[in-house]
Design a protein around this ligand. Structure first.
Ligand code: ACO
Ligand code: PYR
Length: 602
């Protein structure tokens, strides 16, 4: 903030409104002014522990919010933080932000007690930001006036009125955030209303009632909003923190009580427990209360915008977030799937595609026949006329899950299991059928060489794997080194099959997770390995996950690795290993059938 000792000269009230402000104000919102979706991701959202946006991040977040179609984007507090001052300078005067319809808002406080508004550098910085709209935070709870501001009730009213008038006289649109309004209302039901009236008289357009400590519940909050609306006749907005987990519900209750301006943040980011989640608020308003608060296409863009902002905030998206979480429309229970098979609406509160999301069926021990049928359809395989196959898959999934397998996060292994069972349905055991490659044996050596390291250095550990596989009618023995046994096995297996299947060269192992499960008879533990792989498929980048389970971590890893490569092979059975040249009698999961039998899913 500017040093108060070197205050800038008082603003000249006769000076024209800067062009950036004029042009932004004159741009009409496609939805009109009757209802405001006001986003504060870049101000209150940035107050979340762990978030620190660069100016470039802020510009990118603002662009995403504008694409979504919010009406107002509160960009930060110019003058309080150099980064926020720079953001407004670059966005507005530097022309780096080309907003389609949203208006940029600067946030700040009323003038300080005992200071003339034109002499307050913080207020001056709000004007200098060039933002066409300013949100002022004001104390509306007498306890805060007397104890935090250490001033009188009358001086606080003057601070509000002076600052609002000063900004409106300079052509800014002003919204007033009445901090601690609800707590203040309980202590003194008149003072907050006087603050609101002082601001409105001075030209504030919207009086935003703030549940700053986030302690309210929807019914009580809705009652106060309705009462204040009746008592004042003013246009009211709502700003809810999430300390009771009710920020979204409180916001919706306020709208039902008459508020026509909602303040929210993307993904609910905000101080402490956060703020009202923009996507849940908007999702509820549009789909439950039939209020078209986003322009055409905005609702369906919510998932994309939510995840893109999470990426910029460097916070993993909440998979269980309402409307936009990856699991928001995922169904695990078999009974749910059986009803969904009849009609997806029976177990979805709305069509997920309306918000850019998708329904997913999860395959676990809780799956039933309908789950398997629907999941197969999701993977591009029609099992409608194959009840026996479906039954076998359900049994196999339950058996394997009881033994420690988990298909929930390993769609690719599940798809291979379906193919396995489809092949069995032809009367051909998978182990005898065609497959791209077939394992005879593998061996891994891990050697710790104490002499290769320096005296106080950790030992050098070398891993070497040899695999014997049958591929394209040939028996191939390949050896490779790696930085660990799994890496060595992966390299040896690829070396053995890559000549026949050069496309496997592009497959990358991107993640490897090991989980130790409780032992069967309370003795041995079981290891579950999940391997995530990726490649640049013909239709763009693709990622898939496979699973392996065994008491031995190397064997569990091997199973997951083999599935990963089988899954990567394109359709068709070219080069399929018929088994004729095979000498080994390999059984178990690694003996998966022809991956190429998968129809059109890759
Ligand atoms: C409810 C909310 O979330 S509001 C948003 C809050 N956001 C932030 O605080 C983030 C940015 N904040 C900052 O960078 C700093 O706190 C600043 C620049 C605003 C102020 O820093 P400092 O000048 O060092 O003061 P400090 O934070 O210690 O105290 C704030 C001063 O503002 C006064 N103040 C607090 N609220 C208001 C208000 N609504 N109107 C006018 N003055 C206020 C306080 O009384 C105190 O005055 P004092 O200096 O005379 O004691
Ligand atoms: C303004 C604000 O962020 C609050 O009152 O919580």
């Amino acid at each position: 903030m500017t040093d108060p000792g070197s205050r800038p000269p008082a603003a000249d009230l006769s000076s024209p409104i800067p062009a950036v402000v004029r042009s932004a104000i004159s741009r009409p919102s496609p939805l009109g002014d009757a209802f405001h979706v006001f986003d504060t991701t870049l101000r209150d959202g940035a107050q979340r522990e762990g978030i620190s946006y660069s100016v470039a991040d802020k510009l990118a977040v603002a662009t995403l919010l504008d694409e979504l179609g919010v009406g107002f984007i509160e960009g930060g507090w110019p003058g309080a933080m150099p980064k926020d001052t720079e953001f407004f300078a670059r966005a507005l005067r530097g022309g780096e932000l080309d907003l389609r319809s949203a208006q940029l808002v600067a946030f700040g406080a009323t003038r300080k007690a005992g200071v003339r508004v034109q002499d307050d550098p913080q207020v001056r910085a709000l004007l200098d930001s060039g933002a066409p709209v300013v949100t002022l935070v004001a104390k509306s709870d007498v306890r805060h006036v007397e104890r935090a501001l250490r001033t009188t009730r009358e001086e606080n009213l003057a601070m509000v009125a002076d600052t609002v008038r000063y900004l409106t006289d300079h052509g800014r649109r002003v919204f007033l955030d009445c901090e601690h309004f609800f707590d203040g209302y309980h202590a003194d039901r008149d003072y907050g209303v006087r603050v609101a009236a002082a601001a409105a008289d001075a030209g504030a357009d919207v009086i935003v009632l703030c549940d700053t400590n986030g302690g309210m519940l929807p019914m009580g909050l809705g009652r106060i909003v309705a009462e204040v609306g009746e008592r004042t006749g003013l246009r009211l907005g709502i700003h809810c923190q999430d300390d009771t987990g009710c920020a979204v519900a409180n916001t919706v209750a306020a709208v039902e009580a008459g508020a026509t301006h909602v303040q929210c943040t993307a993904n609910g980011y905000g101080e402490r427990a956060g703020n009202a989640d923009l996507f849940a608020v908007v999702g509820n308003l549009v789909t439950k209360l039939d209020r078209p608060v986003l322009p055409e296409g905005g609702l369906a863009d919510m998932l994309r915008v939510s995840h893109a902002i999470a990426e910029l905030a460097n916070i993993a998206p909440d998979t269980h977030q309402a409307y936009v979480g990856a699991s928001a429309f995922s169904h695990k229970a078999g009974l749910h799937a059986s009803a969904i098979k009849v009609d997806p609406e029976l177990y979805n509160h709305l069509d997920p595609t309306r918000v850019g999301n998708a329904q997913h069926i999860l395959i676990t021990e809780m799956a039933g026949r309908a789950s398997v049928e629907l999941k197969a359809r999701e993977l591009g395989i029609d099992l409608t006329e194959r009840p026996a196959v479906v039954g076998r898959i359900v049994d196999e999934v339950k058996r394997r899950e009881a033994a420690g397998w988990s298909y929930e996060a390993a769609d690719a292994s599940f798809e291979l299991l379906i193919r396995d069972e489809l092949q069995r349905g032809t009367g051909q055991a998978p182990s005898a059928g065609g497959r791209p490659f077939r394992l005879e044996s593998y061996r891994v050596i891990v050697e710790s060489d104490l002499f290769a390291a320096g005296p106080s250095e950790p030992p050098v550990v070398n891993s070497e794997a040899t695999v014997k596989v049958h591929v394209g009618g040939r028996r191939i023995i390949a050896t490779a080194e790696g930085n660990g046994p799994v890496n060595a096995l992966d390299s040896a297996l690829r070396a053995a099959v890559v000549e026949q299947f050069p496309e496997l060269d592009d497959v990358e192992l991107t993640d490897y997770k090991v989980r130790i499960l409780a032992g069967n008879a309370g003795t041995d533990s079981i290891t579950r390995v999940l391997v995530t792989s990726a490649d640049q498929g013909p239709s763009g980048p693709k990622e898939w996950t496979t699973v392996g389970v065994h008491a031995n971590v190397v064997e569990a890893s091997w199973q997951a690795l083999v599935d990963a490569l089988l899954y990567a092979l394109p359709g068709g059975d070219a080069g399929a290993e018929t088994g004729a040249a095979g000498t080994g009698n390999v059984s178990g999961h690694q003996d998966a059938p022809l991956a190429g039998a998968r129809a059109g899913s890759r």
